[in-house]
Write a protein that binds this ligand. Structure first.
Ligand SMILES: [Zn+2]
Length: 119
């Protein structure tokens, strides 16, 4: 991607985005790129970004997509740390069988977490 710099995009985001909880401006120092991809042929890029608010300490993760001159971003408040975000980003999505297994387990769950995790 010609003249593309994810660092510049992060700096721009730091100037325009504010914490959805307290309204404090994001600080680039507290912002990390957890994952990213570039496609120079189509002039596109994608990044998963995590940022901690310097004032209220809440966290936000957002998905950033760049298609030529257009930038799209969707964010959400999260209780995940940046390392949690990296960990769960690498895992496979939850499947229907995972949900069914939890449902079956909860049918007989009597409140003892220690014995449940020993199984
Ligand atoms: Zn905040």
């Amino acid at each position: 991607m010609k003249d593309f710099s994810l660092k510049k995009v992060i700096q721009w985001l730091g100037m325009v985005l504010r914490c959805p909880v307290c309204g404090h401006k994001y600080d680039v120092k507290n912002t990390r790129v957890l994952d990213s991809e570039r496609d120079e042929f189509y002039n596109e890029a994608w990044a998963l970004i995590h940022s901690d608010c310097g004032k209220c300490k809440s966290s936000v993760m957002f998905n950033l997509e760049i298609h030529g001159p257009e930038v799209f971003s969707v964010g959400m408040v999260t209780d995940l740390t940046a390392s949690d975000g990296q960990k769960f980003n690498r895992l496979s999505p939850i499947q229907a069988n995972d949900v069914l297994a939890i449902h079956q387990e909860l049918k007989t769950f009597e409140g003892d977490f220690v014995s449940s995790f020993d199984k």
